[in-house]
Ligand binder design. Sequence first.
Ligand SMILES: NC(=O)c1ccc[n+]([C@@H]2O[C@H](COP(=O)([O-])OP(=O)(O)OC[C@H]3O[C@@H](n4cnc5c(N)ncnc54)[C@H](O)[C@@H]3O)[C@@H](O)[C@H]2O)c1
Length: 361
Amino acid sequence: MVNRQRIEVASNRPYPVFLGVPLEGLGDYLKTRSLTVDNILVISTPNVADRYLDRLLAGLKDFKADFISVPDGEEQKSLDRIDLLTSEAVSLGIDRSSLVIAFGGGVIGDLAGFFASIYMRGIRLIQVPTTLLAQVDSSIGGKVAVNHSAGKNLLGAFYPPLAVWTDFTTLETLPWSEFQNGLAETIKHALIADYELFSYLEKYTEEIKQGNSAVWREMVTRSLAVKVKKVAEDELEQGARALLNLGHSFGHALETELEYKGITHGQGVSVGLAAAACLAQGRGMLTLAELNRITGLLQGFGLMTRIKAGTAERLLQHMQTDKKNKAGQKILILPKGIGQAMIVKDCTDQEIIAAWQGVLQ
Ligand SMILES: NC(=O)c1ccc[n+]([C@@H]2O[C@H](COP(=O)([O-])OP(=O)(O)OC[C@H]3O[C@@H](n4cnc5c(N)ncnc54)[C@H](O)[C@@H]3O)[C@@H](O)[C@H]2O)c1
């Protein structure tokens, strides 16, 4: 049974995820924790700050709160931006008794989280996620990072926040293509660990697309509960947490082939889920009916299950460099029925090529 207001994340440093709470309520929560917080630094982007900063700051009126705006975009997850944040934070007097609020999507969560993890050897952090992807996925689990020219998320840390504060109403202004990115992860969560969530998504596809808030609440709550569970089983990503990579090895290969152009991360994950499902069906881990349900659900949300992107052989090659592989062995996550997944280490190149052929146009 999922608690609908608060879920604890079991971790080296356990922390609560608050669900469906108003942005204005964060200040009161901080007071109840009797933390000594001299000043608060909110880091956000214009898209979020223009719409929601006033609401957040209204609740923080009894604290000294400063705000730093970071432009949008994945390229902001960089050491250059950390350098700039550091200069700004120093001039604002941010010190070890301060608290950082990462207020935005996954980019801000990763960037501001990484900044908090290294500024003065680590200052306190609260995640306030405002995209669907950040609410169901990136704000939970403590992974924070910036990119490097040699790789995405190459410089990072496991840095659990003090709390995650999730106000579902922020999703009302999220563009549909961003919402789809979070939906792809939600369908992945359902596939690896929650059959009921999968059926719920099938049943309420139209309500979700129309923005029914009660349905959103149920969907987000169940989806993030899967992430919380997997993180609790394996905080440092040495086993069970790897299941969260379902669809991602295929998805990354696609993004590499397309040089990250013309395909969103969510669409890449979606085709990746379809490819993993094809492979699983070929191995007898899924029935044809289950495969059709998976592709049908993805398509129901306008997510792609087929794509034009090079050849199966080239995509296989991109998968050879996947960082999850060990000693030349390709490690894949595959669905086993709907609601379970497995780590599979013995897929042949022929099977992977056949799976790619199943999703290539
Ligand atoms: N740390 C982790 O465990 C983890 C997991 C998955 C993804 N990630 C990272 O997450 C990032 C992607 O995050 P994302 O998909 O949230 O993208 P994002 O942070 O770029 O946000 C997407 C867009 O939505 C805007 N936005 C945010 N909230 C809004 C709102 N409520 N209303 C209107 N617009 C809003 C943003 O300004 C941005 O333009 C990637 O960098 C990825 O590496 C991290």
